[in-house]
Write a protein that binds this ligand. Structure first.
Ligand code: RIB
Length: 287
């Protein structure tokens, strides 16, 4: 069983469903509303756990009304929360609008995630003891870089999902073993990804493409599903990939594409992440 540590974000998602997203300046009637724990770090941690890994989460919630639910969703999934701190001020929140086709728009306010500026000795020990470190870009970049450098120094595989996309110094990539990008991120970072030995590009419903250290490309077809909400599908893909990375790229990609597709069939990020049994059933169905 892979041992994974996520150093990343956790948010409360304020999810509104609507037939057609409003144009700027327009007001429309929504169809529903739900509070669903999310955040790219938390989603990826839960996805890795449900896909069969042992997972620890390093991050922060605020001292507010959302904190217990955010901590609870990780614990209930079986993710280790010993390194989840509570800091002053609000937790991270994401305002998400999902339309009738399952597409979304997301506005994230970092809150406690933005105050994840330091890693202490216990965090660093957790990183050093893991097989894979997973990071995203919803916490300060200096924390991501410190985590990646420490992982590198201790033989922990560094997996970076550079989302939400932002300018990155080229040196960031020299500490990354595996980059997981969507098509927009792949285009944005382009040649900067060249030093990364393993690059996986998610292709939405079409599946994913993997570029190995020798430049060979392996593709994995998508799994056809009825899409309800794409929120967190990339996170679920990444978590499942990390959980199965040690089994080889083709196995890991099959798990990732299947888990990511299943995650689009329900509303809400963490609520839609499939269990190991659900992924196995779907894999058996397409074998
Ligand atoms: O990737 C989906 C996630 O992005 C949501 O859960 C939201 O919290 C934002 O971080």
């Amino acid at each position: 069983m892979a041992r994974i540590v996520v150093v990343g974000s956790i948010n409360m998602d304020l999810v509104t469903t609507v037939a057609v997203r409003p144009e700027p300046g327009e007001t429309v009637a929504g169809e529903g509303f739900a509070l669903v724990p999310g955040g790219k770090g938390s989603n990826q941690a839960i996805a890795a756990r449900r896909a069969g890994a042992e997972v620890d989460f390093v991050g922060a919630v605020g001292a507010d009304v959302f904190a217990d639910a955010l901590r609870g969703v990780l614990s209930e999934a079986g993710v280790g929360v010993a390194r989840l701190r509570t800091v002053e001020g609000p937790s991270g929140v994401a305002t998400i609008v999902v339309d009738g086709s399952g597409e979304n728009t997301i506005v994230v306010v970092g809150g406690a995630n933005a105050r994840m500026t330091e890693l202490d000795d216990a965090d660093l020990d957790t990183i050093a003891a893991a097989d894979v470190l997973m990071c995203q870009l919803e916490i300060p970049l200096r924390t991501v870089r410190a985590a990646a450098a420490h992982a590198r120094a201790h033989g922990t595989v560094v997996m970076l999902n550079p989302s939400p996309v932002r300018e990155l110094p080229a040196a960031v990539w020299s500490d990354v073993d595996v980059a997981v990008v969507n098509e927009g991120e792949a285009a944005r970072f382009g040649a900067a990804l060249a030093p990364v030995p393993h690059v996986i590009t998610t292709l939405g419903a079409a599946g994913a493409a993997y570029r190995d250290p020798d430049g060979r490309i392996l593709t994995q077809l998508g799994v056809p599903v009825e899409v309800v909400d794409t929120t967190g599908a990339g996170d679920t893909f990444t978590g499942a990939l990390a959980a199965h990375w040690h089994e080889g790229a083709d196995t890991a990609l099959a798990w990732a594409c299947t888990a990511g597709a299943l995650a689009t069939t329900k509303l809400g990020a963490s609520a839609a992440i499939p269990t190991r049994a659900e992924i196995l059933a779907a894999l058996a169905g397409i074998a």
